[in-house]
Ligand binder design. Sequence first.
Ligand code: CAA
Length: 382
Amino acid sequence: MDFNLTPEQQAVQQRARQFAQEEVAPLARETDESGVFPLHLVRRMGELGFLTPTVPTTYAGSGMDHLSFALIYEELGQADSSVRGFLAVHGSLVANCINDWGTEQQKRQYLPYLATGEMIGCYCLTEPNAGSDAASIETTAREDGDDYVLNGEKIWITNGNIAHIAIVFASIDREQRHRGICAFLVPTDTPGFIREKMPGKELGHRSSDHAHITFDECRVPKSALLGEVGGGFKVAMSALDHGRLGVAAGALGVAQACLDACIDFTRKRRQFGKRIADMQMIQATLADMAADVQAARLLVYHAAWMKQQGLPTTKETSMAKLFATEAAVKAASEAVLIHGGRGYSNEFPVERYYRDIKGLQIYEGTSHIQRIVIARELVGRE
Ligand code: CAA
């Protein structure tokens, strides 16, 4: 077993770290307060090869391995979950999905532009009545000559208001549940594709763009089908296999950022005449956090390594997402506590980590759903 990163992986990690710390982290507090996504970073991520890291170079991707992909997400997760979240949708759910399921024509039409950031992607699965139970979506696709006509509603669509291309899941026959679902590539300027900002103010990911999308007689040609007729649920789930690994790596980044912040703070902060780092209860917290971070890292890197070997990774990806997000939620909570009153204000970034991390525990499948996925892989189904 060789746990060393290759020189190429180290170079990717270094490039991602430099970008995350020098160009992303300094903006995070301001964009969290303004609620405006730093769109200029998208083209920059394109220049760095981070938008479609594992897509082959034939389609202008970076042709990286899956561990390099995880390293990029980990570094960005340390800096800003809103930026990392953008990437998880654009790169993992959309670009990887087109790469897996697209026709040659679809790949050539979209992947090179997604690689540079000239096009932004969003993934439209969640609906008001279909969150965890993704197969119960109510959006319909009606066949009409050479077209399909989409009608329905999607919510919580990350990048929805800034995207140029959407992967939309809709049913041609709701009686058939998941076997009636189709995936469509829909340009967001198609008539009948109506989008607006989600109502309310989010707990975290405040600079992420979250859209409410309505399809009102939205007509797309049959060539917009991604995958087979009735194969849309598999397309959705396989995309989530990519996306969840990215979320797991992002959560690992948040947990590492919490640990780093706590080490720094507890060495400087003095109470009762000594560094709080020298107090046993603080030390126990730091030690547990460090063990969790390392365990999460091993799960994430192992799932990425398996993916690179072409092995099935649904279970390992869910394990990585479950463990890394739960560990990061705990780390963020402890980090705020350790920082005391300072941790309760946005004077220190741990306050943002604490709010942001809750989102990672929910999106791309809640912790409950990850447990269902893992358990089904273990015991099968009757
Ligand atoms: N890859 C390929 N195929 C898969 C698969 C996978 N990972 N998982 C399941 N399938 C296939 C099954 O093999 C089965 O195929 P057959 O028809 O051949 O039998 C089919 O899909 C149905 O599978 P299930 O019976 O397991 O389906 P289910 O209805 O019981 O649901 C579930 C399973 C895991 C609970 C699924 O509904 C799920 O993942 N729910 C969570 C949804 C989710 O993560 N939503 C996140 C939205 S996206 C987002 O958050 C992005 C954003 O914008 C922030």
